[in-house]
Design a protein around this ligand. Structure first.
Ligand SMILES: [Zn+2]
Length: 314
């Protein structure tokens, strides 16, 4: 058994996972906002509560429960140079040695990874891309995070930014896409500023539509609203251009989509039709699929930072 923690900006989710991928116990608490010390304490208490509940359930022999290893998905990255958290929108984590402090507080080794990386690892381990050699996972929601898994192993990268395709510029921009919207990263025209949920909602307004959420725009498109259909078609063309550049570089077997916009079933039929002209190949066998574990993939992937083989006695 291992424990996964998904540290979000507003909630912390914890999960005990058996070697076969079975969920033993899952809990969710509100995240203490603004305090690093309270965040550490909340995680320690959540881990203890999950351990107690797992033991009480007696789903496993108690020997298998002794100090299970802990993996944590974070909304940011660990700087390989300093070991400190960077790129976190939970800003109270930035510059802190979270892995070290959590290991000390929990009295055991802790592995940390970016939350989109955890998503990709979950889907590559026992999700929609299980068994595939090269898996690119994308979360399209408030942002457009990404993660890369090769032969079952997460590729974090020399700068801990592998998979962060969202802050590349949108490829082959048309005149009305240049320079593109300002991005919080300081640049303009980033892929994220076109493909996130808020970006889709903004684009609907730009086309003369109402101020709606991305999901509402999609439901209007389903109902035949021409403007919403035009908005989604434009979204799909942009997505195809953006993801084709990923295919040209890492050539994944499977691309898995998670996050709110991954529920748009039309994406899976339309985008692969649109990406072919952008990919440097006579045919494209890459599959575009929806996440199997949905919102649970973040916390499951955090647990799988300790793969089943690594926790077996050696
Ligand atoms: Zn950006």
């Amino acid at each position: 058994m291992r424990i996964g923690i998904d540290l979000g900006g507003t909630k912390i989710e914890g999960l005990a996972l058996a070697d076969d991928g079975r969920e033993i116990e899952r809990r969710r608490i509100a995240a203490p906002r603004g305090s690093y010390e309270h965040t550490i304490r909340a995680i320690v208490e959540l881990v203890a509560a999950i351990e107690r509940a797992s033991l009480a359930g007696a789903a496993l022999p108690s020997a298998a429960m002794a100090d299970p290893k802990v993996g944590v998905g974070i909304p940011g990255a660990i700087s390989p140079a300093t070991g400190l958290i960077k790129n976190a929108n939970s800003t109270w984590l930035i510059g802190r040695p979270l892995a070290e402090d959590l290991s000390r507080a929990l009295g055991r080794p802790v592995r940390l990874a970016n939350d989109a990386n955890c998503f990709a690892l979950s889907e590559a381990t026992d999700g929609a891309a299980a068994g595939a050699a090269v898996v690119f996972g994308v979360i399209i929601g408030t942002g457009t995070g990404g993660g890369l898994v090769v032969n079952g192993r997460l590729v974090a990268g020399a700068n801990a930014i592998a998979g962060e395709w969202g802050h590349n510029p949108l490829p082959s921009p048309e005149d009305n896409e240049r320079p593109g919207p300002r991005c919080y990263c300081g640049r303009s025209g980033c892929i994220e500023t076109f493909l996130s949920g808020p970006a889709l909602a903004r684009d609907y307004i730009a086309l003369g539509g109402d101020d709606l959420s991305a999901a509402e725009v999609a439901s209007r498109a389903d109902g035949g609203d021409r403007r919403a259909i035009a908005c989604l078609e434009r979204y799909e063309r942009r997505f195809a251009r953006a993801i084709a550049s990923i295919i040209n570089v890492v050539d994944p077997d499977v691309i898995v989509l998670g996050g709110g916009l991954s529920n748009l079933s039309r994406l899976y039929a339309n985008i692969p039709r649109l990406w072919a002209p952008q990919v440097f190949s006579d045919r494209v066998d890459t599959q575009l699929v929806r996440a199997k574990h949905g919102d649970a993939s973040g916390v499951r992937g955090a647990a799988w930072l300790w793969p089943a083989s690594a926790t077996a006695p050696s």
